[in-house]
Design a protein around this ligand. Sequence first.
Ligand code: TRP
Length: 334
Amino acid sequence: MDDKKIIFSGVQPSGNLTLGNYLGAIRNWAKLQKDYHCIYAMMDMHTITVRQTPADIRRRTLEVLALYIACGIDPEENILFVQSHNPNHAELAWVLNCYTYMGEMQRMTQFKDKSARHADNINTGLFTYPVLMAADILLYGADYVPVGKDQMQHIEICRDIAGRFNAIYGDVFKIPEGLLSKSGAKIMSLQEPTKKMSKSDENPKAYISMMDDMNVVAKKIKSAVTDSEGVIEYRPDDESKAGINNLISIMSAVTGKTPEEIAGDYASAGYGTFKADVAEAVVEVLAPIRAEYDRLIADKAYLKDICASGAQRARAISQRTLNKVYKKVGFLQL
Ligand code: TRP
């Protein structure tokens, strides 16, 4: 391979991707493909750490893939694949489990959160989730891993596990760096604007799904929670303005203008006018993506071909890492 650096990231095919995921992450990924080797995976093996409906995982795996492509991530230029299609992930995860301590896993914030939320199903897969994630990343010698803030602790533990392994066996793994998606584009809930926009929110009016129809998108924005002050000002540190701040951030992210410019443009406008304009600007960005998505999702054979070739290309890289690891730890080579 040439000297381009490697980017690896993954997403779970659970829940619908939101406008927040698009503006905060996926959109930027499409821009990275020229300067990096990018590998993106649908993490279905992570998804089963909490109970799911099997048909939903299957359907969403293809939906996420179609959406990534519709957002401009070129499946030839990049490697797109499904985690369970490459057995190397489970294989390396097992080895890394033997180089990870119970105490390390016990203090993972996400584990603590999820075991509180799913108290009836605190399974060992949920416990060792970060080890599988470390395997995902280390298999490809990734330099950078773009993730949300909530995943940074998992990147840290990945670095610790890799460093520990290297200290025993020599330079086997590249130590990856987490890449926080740019702050500016943090999109909040439309109904409780002090909370992050989340695909798992119980109230569907709180988030814009990339799967929503355009009239639904517009309606959700128009019914976003604001305040009773009636002035459009960008005051990011003022919680009482969280709703307006969020709409300004969304407008800023889709138009490329700064929040201050937008607040200036609407200084003498009412909330109704502003919301209508935000809705129109968002629809303008999403409509072409949605059209391309609709075309792709109808072509399951094409999407499955992408998965098959992606898995093959992914495995060609990961198998080399796994072979090295198996040799180092003492597994008999034939
Ligand atoms: N845990 C990540 C999330 O829920 C998804 C994920 C799994 C991932 N493996 C990964 C992200 C490897 C980056 C790299 O968001």
